[in-house]
Design a protein around this ligand. Structure first.
Ligand SMILES: [Zn+2]
Ligand SMILES: [Zn+2]
Length: 370
């Protein structure tokens, strides 16, 4: 019976071996145990825990040797021996690559050519997404950019970081919004806002209701740190559809329900194609304050993709492969050589002289700007 058990143990240890080993059949070598044939260490198991992005702890159970031989362990990871002669039952694995699969074996050797082995496999943790480099271009006074797990939260006060005639000033004016109700500027204003400039592209007579600093807003957009294209595109709506790097909002090509931008509305725009109302100062066209026929970052659209000027940094020219939303996949000045989906202001004239910021559909999954 005892011999039967020994033979059974031998069979188990050989059949569980990851690769060929000599087992207990060492053809006559004497292990000093009274002349009997050497027996391989018993079968055992290996496991991995405490897995991080770059480290893990490998543990294995004791492989006892029937002959009382001292057992040592050799560790192989991805086909390479990384430790030999171990007498402990654990090994810290370091220098691993995140989001990677690993496999290996622990081989128990009895010093007399008898061995058994246990295999293991595991995957390292994924790297948490980093904050995209493009966010460094957002105005730090007006916006807060927060990386929260796999999301990025963009918060803004809705102000702009550049000059405009829409900043509060001492010239009183009254105007009527599309929905009615006359709005007049504060008649008590005695000093111009530091960023106020006299209107050039428009005039006081044609300016939209309200000043930038009348809209002491608070807007928040939460997007994925690494957004994906959606299976189907979706239409944008009225109101904010993106946040510009200046801190102010991006609107689409409509001024109201079924009210495409027309020369009357555009007549209220300041030199950077923005105006006020009903809830914020916002851009509809190429914002000349910081982008004019170039590859400047404009801002982020509500689906998490960035929008750039009419040219692409990857070619220093107008992209020719844009989809219906002005998007394509290429490197940008913020992608560190990688190709990623982004939008451009399309190089197509509207009303013979304007470039609309974002007239197309969302190609990703939009979140509400609240
Ligand atoms: Zn508007
Ligand atoms: Zn591009």
């Amino acid at each position: 019976m005892k011999n039967y058990l020994k033979i059974l143990a031998l069979i188990v240890s050989v059949t569980t071996a990851f690769y060929a080993c000599s087992g207990g059949d060492d053809s006559g070598s004497d292990d000093g145990d009274g002349g009997t044939t050497n027996q391989a260490p018993s079968s055992f198991t290996a496991s991995v825990d405490l897995i991080t992005e770059t480290t893990a702890a490998l543990n294995w159970t004791d492989a006892t040797d029937p002959d009382g031989d001292t057992v040592t362990y050799t560790i192989t990871l991805q086909g390479s021996e990384i430790a030999i002669g171990l007498t402990v039952l654990t090994l810290d694995l370091t220098g691993l690559t995140s989001s990677s699969s690993y496999s290996g074996t622990v081989v128990a050797n009895d010093g007399n050519e008898g061995s058994s082995s246990a295999s293991f496999s595991f995957s390292t943790e994924g790297t948490a997404p980093a904050l995209h480099l493009a966010f460094a271009e957002f105005d730090t006074d007006n916006t807060d950019i927060i990386l929260s797990g796999s999301n990025v939260i963009i918060e803004t006060n809705g102000m702009a970081n550049h000059t405009s005639p829409y900043w509060s000033n001492t010239t009183e004016r009254c105007a009527t919004p599309p929905m009615g109700g006359e709005i007049c500027t504060n008649t008590d204003t005695t000093v111009n806002h530091p960023l106020f400039v006299e209107p050039t592209a428009t005039s006081y007579q044609f300016m939209a209701p309200g000043n930038i600093d009348d809209f002491n807003g608070s807007y928040s957009l939460t997007v994925l740190a690494a957004p994906d294209l959606a299976a189907n595109s979706s239409a944008t709506g009225l109101g904010a559809i993106g946040i510009a790097i200046s801190g102010a909002n991006i609107y689409n090509d409509q001024e109201g329900p079924n009210m495409p931008l027309d020369n009357n509305t555009i007549g209220s725009f300041d030199y950077t194609a923005a105006h006020t109302g009903p809830q914020s100062y916002h851009y509809h066209l190429e914002p000349k304050a910081w982008s004019n026929d170039d590859d400047a970052l404009i801002g982020i659209i509500a689906d998490g993709f960035f929008i750039y000027g009419r040219k692409c940094n990857s070619t220093n020219d107008y992209p020719t492969d844009l989809d219906a939303s002005g998007g394509h996949t290429s490197a940008t000045q913020h992608s560190e050589g990688a190709s990623e989906y982004h939008y451009h202001i399309q190089n197509e004239l509207y009303l013979n002289q304007y470039y609309i910021l974002f007239p197309g559909n969302y190609q990703g999954t939009p979140s509400n700007i609240q």
